[in-house]
Design a protein around this ligand. Structure first.
Ligand code: NAD
Length: 283
């Protein structure tokens, strides 16, 4: 299956990165966002990033300009009708993603594959809304998409072999390592990562060690590139809380219950890097 022309829905943190990766792999990219400013800023920031890479000698200037030329913004969703595939990257809210998948099913060409970059919502629910469940799949990139090598590929109950094979091949062509995982809450990475972050917060709350030392032992003793508390600050403590709450709800297990300290910090507006304060301070 030739996935030459790909629409990206949502031009935020992830949509921008995914659009850049696709453009650098010679795909024609259509970028849509419900917020016109996000669309404009998205295209401008991708172009700036690509030119910066060229200026640093990490990318041929011609390759950088070719990728920029491959990107185009669209101001209405109906314009995805010429795309071979759509990658959805709107915020992680099930109600929003269900509405978007209903629209994608309506506007995308009948053969188009519809992929979601959800971090762990139910792909079956999105597939049911689309009216074409055999063509729906999870394609979970990591942040930042241009540098993170993994893509989790999530088959839903009715995802066809053809859709799965085409998306695995696309991920390889993007120079990523695709790993197939089951359609379960948080897939594999977040299912393992967030309980560990929660445990680090419990360790802090119970006085096992200071925040600095908890991160230091995990970097030096477990060879993690970044400590779990600094990682939580990077992800956002509100997002971390939402993810743990959704695990506790969907997996119905006490072990995912968010640490009370995490709840207190979110209630106080200490959300991590984005507010300048989380487990650590940022100026
Ligand atoms: P974001 O808030 O940075 O960007 C989302 C964009 O979607 C915004 O620009 C917003 O205007 C746009 N949008 C909202 N409603 C829309 C609609 N109906 N149609 C079109 N555009 C719409 O969010 P993000 O961090 O890029 O996350 C997007 C998805 O990627 C989520 O599912 C998230 O779980 C997943 N994800 C995020 C990360 C991360 O670290 N940020 C990592 C992996 C996966």
């Amino acid at each position: 299956m030739n996935l030459k022309r790909i629409a990206v829905i949502g031009a935020g943190t992830m949509g921008r990165g995914i659009a850049q990766v696709l453009a650098q792999a010679s795909r024609e990219v259509l970028l849509y966002d419900a917020d016109p400013r996000a669309r404009e800023q998205g295209l401008a920031s991708i172009a700036a990033r690509l030119r910066q890479q060229a200026a640093k000698g990490r990318l041929e200037p011609a390759a950088s300009e070719a990728a920029i030329a491959a990107l185009q913004d669209i101001d209405q969703l109906a314009d995805i009708d010429t795309a071979d595939m759509v990658v959805e990257a709107v915020p992680e809210r099930l109600d929003l993603k269900l509405a978007v998948f209903a629209q994608l099913g309506q506007f995308a060409g009948p053969k188009a594959i519809l992929a979601s970059n959800t971090s762990g919502l139910d792909i079956d629910a999105l597939a049911a809304e689309s009216g074409r469940p055999d063509k729906v799949i999870g394609m979970h990139f990591f942040n930042p998409p241009p540098t993170m090598p993994l893509v989790e590929i999530v088959r839903a109950t009715e995802t066809s072999d053809q859709t799965f094979a085409a998306v695995m091949a696309l991920a390889q062509d993007l120079d990523k390592t695709p790993v197939a995982v089951a359609n379960s809450p948080g897939f594999a990475v977040n299912r393992i990562l967030f309980p560990m972050i929660n445990e680090a917060i419990y360790a802090l709350a119970e006085g096992v060690a200071s925040a600095e030392d908890i991160d230091r032992v995990m970097v030096l003793g477990a060879s993690h590139p970044i400590g779990p508390l600094a990682l939580a600050d990077y992800v956002g403590l509100d997002v971390t809380l939402d993810i743990l709450e959704s695990f506790a709800q969907r997996l119905d297990r006490a072990k995912y219950r968010p640490c009370p300290l995490l709840r207190e910090m979110v209630a106080q507006g200490a959300l991590g890097r984005k507010t300048g304060r989380g487990f650590f301070s940022y100026s």
